[in-house]
Design a protein around this ligand. Structure first.
Ligand code: ZN
Ligand code: ZN
Ligand code: FE
Length: 745
């Protein structure tokens, strides 16, 4: 018998980077290493998750395989580094206390919706966490919204003042437990509490039962949630919904709805399997769904909007509330129209004093505001429209390493971004920068993002528009400034998100962006090579009579296009109120030129009899898209293309004649969309590149994006659309950062 040679002992050092902290990674590593009888340690550091494992070669190989396979559901891995180290004879495996190493960037985990295991505990009367509103584990619960600083440890969260009881501590210290090193671990004994104040009086008894009674009376409830306050009312009660609109001063923008369950969602909306999955995902965004024709929500919920934004309960607070009030609830940000969301008890009670009838409060502080994210499903993929809770601040990995750039985004739907190597951290949705409050939130957002990531910008990237508050901030920052054209930033964001660097055709269509020639762009084809772009095609510019008013009132761009196509008389015959316009259009007073496809959508929506007004951004365009319905029309209007300029006059004439002939609005809508898609195909065929990038708010339009993909892919093109970064101005900070880095490298 030959003695087997003793197994060779090796030691490996493994470093994981990405969203790897606070997701139950250390317990997983501990369990795997212990099961395989390996020695060593695992530790959180500012640089990610680091471990050393020692044992037989075969065991180590197995360990790496298991680590790959059993990665926690919430972990997002960006890189894994395995190095050989000197064996030290370790037999035991341990979890070392977190290390504050030299400051480097580290991903911070996003908030996650309540997991199934925690939910069953809340529902179980025998469980010690029965009806406990702050139940969570390493697979779910708050992260970004409670994080004060890195590394992610309890002392660096807003849970630091709650001292764990014995039972919780036992869970926290047991490597096999679901709550092992779960930083926000809590129970009714030791954790945060919920209470309700009605008419400024604190009530004893079940706060959720009181809250349900408030809602049943048609009153407005302010709920302190995960990323800020929400305002809730019974979504079936029209009087209550209208009262909320009046008090919040929000005229028409659709309200999101919190549905108690998926089953109930199906009663009100049509939901595809992909949409169901998204609703139930750990990110749990608001998902835009088509309402069923027989649904009975109060008309004031969605107003003139063709969709309803729906979310499911994503925290124990929401689960408990919907358990006590089992009907759809309007759930909107706790703020006055256009202001940032409130996060603090006193601040909310002050600001929402005249809005809410009751306050459902708790004493776990919210470290930073994070609105509910908004998404839709397009071609089976999630497309974010507002990126906040559940997604922020997970990094986007870009194709090339960047210098330390801070990008301050646009003016509407503002977000900011910092670049650190190949990782780009995009802030949560901050909002429109029209008010002093929101500009303060913008400045705070920059400070917060930089502090959390130990980031010192060496330059600032901003929009070319001289009047954007973000651009003005950049100019006054004292740092070198790189100004990036709006649509260039749009397409660069989409390209970067898809790992694309250069040599592509960018289609940038939106409502408004400052062009190189000082006019308003928004219907642009940009051929991008390296850090340069060439505007190879665009929509024939037209006037917006009345300036800002022409963004809201769709008859204005419609009249302007009629004026150019047929002259003043026909314009007034078709739109009598346009009789005031000829002097404006002729003398070019307060009638800026634009090549915006967004405004063309408005005009066509008006001429087709589908929309009158944009009471909120994109309303008319969205109505035009939804008007197509299930119509499968091959017909298309034509643009006349000369020297890269697409002339709409034939198209406008055809829309008017179809309308006169009594052609259905759905058919007109389809022919218009098809014309736009054909235009993209025509321009794509004229260039030598094969990669086509679609960006800008117009591409929230699923019909258009799908049509373009369907036409271009069979012709050998690759088409890239936004996924995790919004196609609207919420995404341009990403493009700014990427381009600023390239300009200077
Ligand atoms: Zn859980
Ligand atoms: Zn406890
Ligand atoms: Fe834009």
């Amino acid at each position: 018998m030959i003695n087997a040679a003793p197994a060779r002992v090796e030691r490996l050092r493994v470093k994981l980077r990405g969203a790897v902290q606070g997701v139950g990674f250390r317990p997983t590593v501990y369990r795997l290493a212990t099961e395989l009888s390996l020695g060593g340690w695992v530790q959180n550091s500012n640089d990610g998750l680091v471990m050393e494992v020692e044992g037989g070669t075969e065991k180590l190989t197995q360990f790496l395989e298991f680590l790959e396979r059993e990665r926690p559901r919430a972990a997002v891995l960006i890189s894994q580094e395995v190095l050989r180290a000197e064996p030290k004879g370790s037999k035991k495996f341990e979890i070392l206390p977190s290390l504050e190493a030299e400051p480097k960037s580290v991903s911070v985990q996003a908030d996650m919706a309540t997991c199934g295991a925690c939910l069953s505990e809340i529902k179980n009367p025998e469980d010690r966490r029965f009806e406990y509103a702050f139940t969570n584990c390493t697979g779910c619960g708050p992260r970004y919204t409670i994080l004060h600083d890195i590394p992610y440890d309890r002392a660096n969260t807003t849970m630091r003042d709650f001292v764990m009881c014995q039972a919780c501590r036992l869970e926290y210290n047991s490597p096999g437990d679901r709550r092992f090193h779960s930083q926000p671990n809590a129970c009714p004994e030791c954790g945060p509490r919920v209470w309700i104040e009605i008419q400024a009086r604190r009530e004893d008894g079940s706060p959720f039962a009181f809250a349900a009674a408030v809602l049943a009376r048609g009153e407005i409830l302010a709920l302190k949630g995960i990323g800020g306050f929400q305002l809730l009312v019974d979504a079936r009660n029209e009087t209550a919904v209208e009262r909320l609109r009046q008090r919040k001063r929000r005229e028409a923008k659709p309200f999101a709805v919190l549905m108690p369950s998926l089953e109930m969602t199906r009663q009100f909306c049509s939901v595809s399997l992909d949409e169901e999955e998204l609703l139930q995902s750990p990110e749990a965004p608001i998902v835009l769904l088509r309402p069923r024709t027989d649904q009975k929500l109060a008309p004031g919920v969605a107003k003139a909007s063709p969709y309803i934004g729906v979310m499911l309960p994503y925290s124990p607070l929401h689960h408990l509330l919907t358990k006590h009030f089992r009907h759809p609830l309007v759930a909107t940000s706790g703020n006055l129209s256009e202001e940032p969301i409130a996060t603090d008890n006193e601040e909310a009670q002050q600001k929402l004093f005249a809005v809410a009838d009751a306050f459902l409060l708790h004493n776990r502080p919210i470290e930073r505001p994070c609105d509910d994210s908004v998404a839709r499903v397009s071609r089976g993929e999630t497309q974010l429209i507002r990126r906040a809770r559940g997604y922020a601040p997970l990094p986007v990995v870009v194709p090339r390493s960047l210098p330390p750039v801070l990008a301050v985004g646009g003016h509407m739907k503002n977000t900011v971004a910092i670049a650190s190597g190949r990782e780009l951290f995009l802030s949560q949705h901050i909002g429109d920068l029209d008010t002093l409050e929101s500009r303060r939130a913008f400045e705070h957002g920059i400070e917060d993002l930089c502090r959390l990531h130990r980031f010192k910008p060496e330059m600032v990237a901003c929009d070319l528009h001289p009047d954007y508050a973000s651009a003005r901030w950049a100019m006054e920052s004292g740092l070198p400034v790189v100004r990036i054209q709006h649509h260039h930033a749009h397409v660069a964001a989409c390209a970067a998100e898809n790992g694309l660097e250069s040599d592509y055709l960018g289609v940038a269509w939106d409502g408004t962006g400052y062009g190189l020639d000082g006019t308003i762009w928004g219907g642009e084809f940009l051929l991008v090579r390296d850090d340069r772009f060439e505007r190879i095609a665009h929509l024939r510019p037209f006037r917006l009579p009345g300036g800002e008013a022409a963004i809201r009132q769709c008859w204005r761009p419609a009249a302007s296009l009629l004026f150019e196509t047929f002259g003043a008389k026909d314009m007034v015959d078709t739109i009598p109120r346009a009789k005031v316009l000829p002097p404006i259009l002729e003398r070019d007073v307060n009638a800026p030129l634009t090549s915006s496809v967004g405004r063309l959508f408005d005009a066509v929506a008006f001429l087709a009899g589908i929309a009158e007004e944009n009471q909120f951004e994109g309303q008319a365009a969205m109505s035009l898209e939804y008007a197509i319905g299930d119509m499968d029309s091959k017909g298309a209007y034509r643009f006349e293309l000369t020297g890269g300029v697409a002339d709409w006059s034939g198209l406008i004439a055809d829309v008017c004649s179809d309308r006169r002939k009594g052609i259905a609005a759905s058919e007109i809508a389809a022919r218009f969309h098809n014309a736009l898609a054909n235009w993209i195909v025509d321009v794509s065929k004229s260039v030598s590149v094969k990669d086509i990038v679609l960006s800008g708010g117009v591409f929230q339009n699923a019909y258009l994006s799908e049509r373009v993909v369907g036409l271009l892919e069979p012709r050998g093109f690759r088409v890239f659309t936004h996924l995790r970064v919004p196609p609207n101005d919420g995404g341009i900070a990403l493009g700014q950062a990427v381009l600023a880095g390239r300009y200077t490298s």
